[in-house]
Write a protein that binds this ligand. Structure first.
Ligand code: CAA
Length: 388
């Protein structure tokens, strides 16, 4: 086993860390408090290649491996999770989904725009009545010969307001249940598409989460990804990769909170010495560091499996389940280390604690991850993805 990062991976990690510190940190508290969308920051991320890290260079991307993407996600998530979730959806769900499964024509049309960050993308699966139970899609895409007509409402859509490219999951043949579902690329400015109010959230407050409504939206049939009825498997397959991105986000949140707690505990004195010299705090830091290291191994392994072309669905679910749990614990303890200061916005840790919660919910709740893991266990521990 080789735990060393390559020169290139170390460079990407450093570039992401510097960018997060220098360009994301200033203003992050205000953006969070006032729900200001990080438009400028996402544009910069596009210019730096962070929005198309997994896209091949022939389609305008950076053509990097999943581990490099995870390293960048981790560093950005230490500072601004409204930016990192936009990056995760863009890379793992939208770009990777198109690159892996869409026609050459769609790849050429959409990937350069997405990879450069000129277009933000969104993945529209969840509905008012279909969250964890993703097969119960009510949004319809009626087959009209050379085009589809889409009607319905999608909920909790990350990047919903500012995205220009949507991947919409919709039901075409209800009698076929999940085998009647399609994934269709829809331009957000199509006639009949409207968006709801921004959600007022606990964390990732400057990320634009909203509903998206479709009323008789006409989309060419050529915008369907894959064969007729492939949409549900498409969604499940890209979510396997998405869960690595969110696990990396949770790992970054925990790492960011830990770094703040460690620095503070060296500076802050009580009873005549830095609080780090008190066993009560030293042991907290020891536990936090151990949890982060364990999560890191799981997240990096899931990324490595994906890069090897091996089955990674189970590893991704385990990594997300564990990393999102320890993000909760570590951010909570980081506040405790800071005492009263941890409870105010200026010290950043309370924001990281609020951001941590969503990693146990989106891209499959922790309960869904346990379902995925337990099903793979019952199949002998090895899960072969649909395209393996
Ligand atoms: N890859 C490929 N195919 C898969 C798959 C995978 N990982 N998982 C399941 N499938 C296939 C199955 O093989 C099956 O195919 P067949 O019928 O041909 O055998 C089909 O999909 C149906 O599978 P299940 O019977 O397992 O379906 P289910 O109804 O029991 O649901 C589930 C499975 C795992 C619970 C799924 O519904 C699920 O993942 N739910 C959570 C949805 C979710 O993660 N939503 C997140 C929204 S997106 C988001 O949050 C993005 C954001 O904004 C940040």
């Amino acid at each position: 086993m080789n735990f060393l990062l390559s020169e290139e991976q170390l460079m990407i990690q450093k570039a992401a860390r510097d960018f997060a510190q220098n360009d994301l940190k200033p203003g992050v508290i205000e953006r969070d408090s006032k729900k200001i969308h990080p438009t400028e920051q996402l544009n910069q991320m596009g210019e730096m290649g962070f929005m198309g890290m997994l896209v091949k260079s022939e389609y305008g991307g950076s053509g990097m491996d999943t581990l490099s993407y995870v390293l960048a996600m981790e560093e950005l998530s230490k500072i601004d999770n409204s930016c990192s979730v936009a990056m995760s959806v863009q890379n793992s769900l939208v770009c990777s989904g198109i690159q892996k499964y869409a026609s050459e024509e769609l790849k050429k049309k959409y990937l350069p725009l997405l990879a450069s960050g000129q277009h933000i993308g969104a993945f529209l699966l969840s509905e008012p009545e279909a969250g964890s139970d993703a097969t119960s899609q009510r949004t319809t895409a009626v087959d009209m010969g050379d085009h589809y007509i889409i009607n319905g409402t999608k909920n909790w859509i990350t990047n919903g307001k500012y995205a220009k490219t949507y991947i919409v999951i919709a039901q075409t043949n209800p009698e076929k249940m999940h085998k009647g579902i399609n994934a269709i690329i829809v331009d957000a400015d199509s006639e009949g598409v409207t968006t709801g109010e921004l959600e007022d959230k606990l964390g990732i407050r400057s990320s634009d989460t909203c509903s998206v409504m479709f009323q008789d939206v006409k989309v060419p049939k050529s915008h369907r990804i894959g064969e007729d009825g492939f949409g549900f498997k498409f969604a499940m397959s890209v979510l396997d990769g998405g869960r690595i991105g969110i696990a990396a986000q949770a790992l970054g949140i925990a790492g960011g909170a830990y770094e703040l707690a460690e620095a503070y505990s060296q500076e802050r004195e009580a009873f005549g010495k830095p609080i780090m010299k008190h066993q009560a705090i030293a042991f907290k830091l020891a536990e936090m560091a151990t949890q982060i290291e364990a999560a890191k191994l799981m997240v990096y392994r899931a990324a490595w499996l994906k890069d090897q072309g091996m089955a990674y669905g189970q590893a991704a679910a385990m990594a997300k389940l564990y990393a999102s749990d320890i993000a909760q614990t570590v951010t909570n303890e980081a506040i405790q280390v800071h005492g009263g200061y941890g409870y105010v916005k200026e010290y950043h840790v309370e924001r990281l604690m609020r951001d941590a919660k969503i990693t146990q919910i989106y891209e499959g709740t922790s309960e869904i991850q346990k379902m995925v893991i337990s099903r793979t266990i019952s199949k002998g521990g090895l899960y072969i993805p649909v395209d393996a």
